[in-house]
Design a binder for this molecule. Structure first.
Ligand code: ATP
Length: 271
């Protein structure tokens, strides 16, 4: 029975300027940067520092990116893991992994712990529908709740979790002192898509006199930030394959078609 680490510690090089759009979410998460940088100021005046936030939104909208950027801005280590890493067939492994994760985090405080797909362990207790032992999953969730309640010992560890299924989460996770803040992130609107394109177009070789970001934003309703990143990279790949010197609109058009094709495939698998 291995409790081998399933979480990675990294120094984040991402900053808020890498996260386009998401204005409100950034404002909300910025508070955590201040806590992490100068927790003494808050404690001295008697404030209890929020334990963490849950980032809610569809896939590819920048939840992981925003959590990483928070670590980058606060200049603290970033521990990342996924809820599914705690779901194990062997009894006791899930809770042990949760304990390991928080032990590491405490040693490295101040720091950020990020749990993607929290719903894999945070699904409401007493409801079935998950492969593997349900008791085991409940024990893992209970261990997570215990760790988050350890306020005195968990001093400067901030926990972020991400999900696109807030409806199935155990309400216990959302109580004060646990994931007290809920930050919702939706697919980007026109203006946000333009901002995200601007970030992802920056490293590309283009005719900079043309406003591609604006054009492309209007062609991509319903695209997530991740889809936009894909469009930009696909266009570059297509242009390179055709031995073009610069990327032009026809490469972007082909890239958009390809990304839409990929999305359609994914949807037909799901339905
Ligand atoms: P998932 O739910 O699938 O884990 P997520 O919401 O965590 O998705 P990220 O992993 O943060 O999404 O985003 C994937 C990639 O998409 C990012 O690394 C980045 O390249 C791009 N991206 C997404 N949103 C943004 C954004 N707001 N600004 C810039 N890039 C973005």
């Amino acid at each position: 029975k291995s409790t081998a680490q399933k979480f990675s510690k990294e120094k984040s090089t991402v900053s808020f300027k890498d996260v386009a759009g998401l204005g409100e979410a950034k404002v909300e998460i910025e508070e955590f940067v201040n806590f992490l940088k100068d927790s003494k100021k808050y404690k001295d005046i008697g404030a209890k520092i929020p334990r963490g936030a849950i980032l809610i939104g569809p896939p590819g909208t920048g939840k992981t990116l925003l959590a990483k950027a928070t670590a980058g801005e606060a200049n603290v280590p970033f521990f990342s893991t996924s809820g599914s890493d705690f779901v194990e067939m062997y009894v006791g492994v899930g809770p042990a992994r949760v304990r390991d994760l928080f032990e590491q985090a405490k040693k490295n405080a101040p720091c950020i712990v990020f749990i993607d797909e929290i719903d894999a362990i945070g699904r409401a207790r007493g409801k079935g529908g998950f492969s593997g032992s349900n008791d085991e999953r409940e024990n893992t969730l209970n261990q997570l709740l215990v760790e988050m309640d350890g306020f005195a010992t968990l001093k400067d560890v901030v926990v972020f979790a991400a999900t696109n299924r807030p409806d199935i989460l155990d309400q216990a996770l959302l109580r004060p002192g646990r994931f007290d803040r809920q930050i919702t992130i939706d697919n980007p609107d026109l203006k946000s898509r333009e901002e995200i394109f601007t970030v992802h177009l920056k490293p590309l070789v283009l005719d900079k006199s043309i406003n591609y970001a604006e054009k492309l934003a209007s062609l991509t309703p319903g695209f997530s930030g991740a889809d936009i990143g894909n469009v930009c990279n696909e266009a570059a790949l297509i242009a390179a394959r055709k031995n073009a010197d610069i990327i032009t609109m026809k490469h972007f058009d082909a890239a958009i078609d390809r990304v839409i094709g990929g999305l359609e495939k994914k949807n037909s698998v799901l339905s």
